[in-house]
Design a protein around this ligand. Structure first.
Ligand SMILES: [Zn+2]
Ligand SMILES: [Zn+2]
Length: 206
């Protein structure tokens, strides 16, 4: 087991009290990833004070799950990390894990805009080009950017106001706590914390 603390620190074979302590110490906009072997991990991100996302991956990008409801508290995060750390068989059943997969939600809309040559699909109640749900899905699998020779965890969408909590990103259509589609004007740069499409940081190919 290895605990990644916001990419600032890595702890090998942490025990449960250390992990809980790191969850308590986690700042807003910071994350923890507890990995058992490559591709197998549980992770959390503190969206705002006391509000956490909780996800886990079981090998492949198609096996990526998010807890439902999508935001939770530190007690639940500790419970999840504790069970995962112990390799408990109860881990998977202890939470309402929902696959982070989007294809089932897409439906083709009839009576499309006649001015548009491209048919639109309705996805999460929003009209968009047919390839866009796929872009959203792929964006969730792109977890890092390479900037200045270093890997940075991408910053998920944070809602600025409570009234926006249930809304989709007005630019790219992702939910709160999801990763923006690359190129979205509302994505924050993980390196300088500026607006990613405007800042001076250059994303390098892997
Ligand atoms: Zn966006
Ligand atoms: Zn930047």
């Amino acid at each position: 087991m290895r605990l990644n603390i916001n990419d600032d620190d890595q702890l090998d074979a942490p025990d449960v009290s250390v992990v809980e302590c790191k969850i308590d110490q986690l700042g807003v906009d910071e994350f923890l990833v507890l990995t058992s072997e490559p591709g197998f991990y549980v992770q959390t991100y503190q969206l705002s004070k006391g509000v956490f996302t909780l996800e886990y991956r079981q090998g492949a990008p198609e096996e990526h799950y998010s807890v439902e409801p999508t935001m939770t508290n530190s007690t639940e995060v500790k419970r999840a990390f504790g069970l995962f750390l112990r390799g408990s068989a109860g881990f998977e059943n202890a939470f309402d894990w929902q696959s982070v997969s989007f294809e089932d939600d897409v439906s083709l809309v009839s009576g499309n805009d006649p001015l548009s040559s491209e048919p639109l699909v309705e996805y999460r109640g929003m009209l968009m080009p047919p390839d866009w749900p796929q872009e959203i899905e792929e964006a969730q699998n792109l977890r890092e950017y390479q900037i200045q020779g270093q890997a940075w965890h991408r910053i998920p969408r944070v809602c600025e106001q409570d009234s926006e909590a249930g809304n989709l990103c007005q630019e790219c259509g992702v939910r709160v706590s999801e990763l923006h589609v690359p190129g979205c004007r509302l994505e924050t740069c993980p390196c300088c914390r500026g607006v990613l499409v405007e800042c001076a940081c250059e994303i390098e190919p892997d």
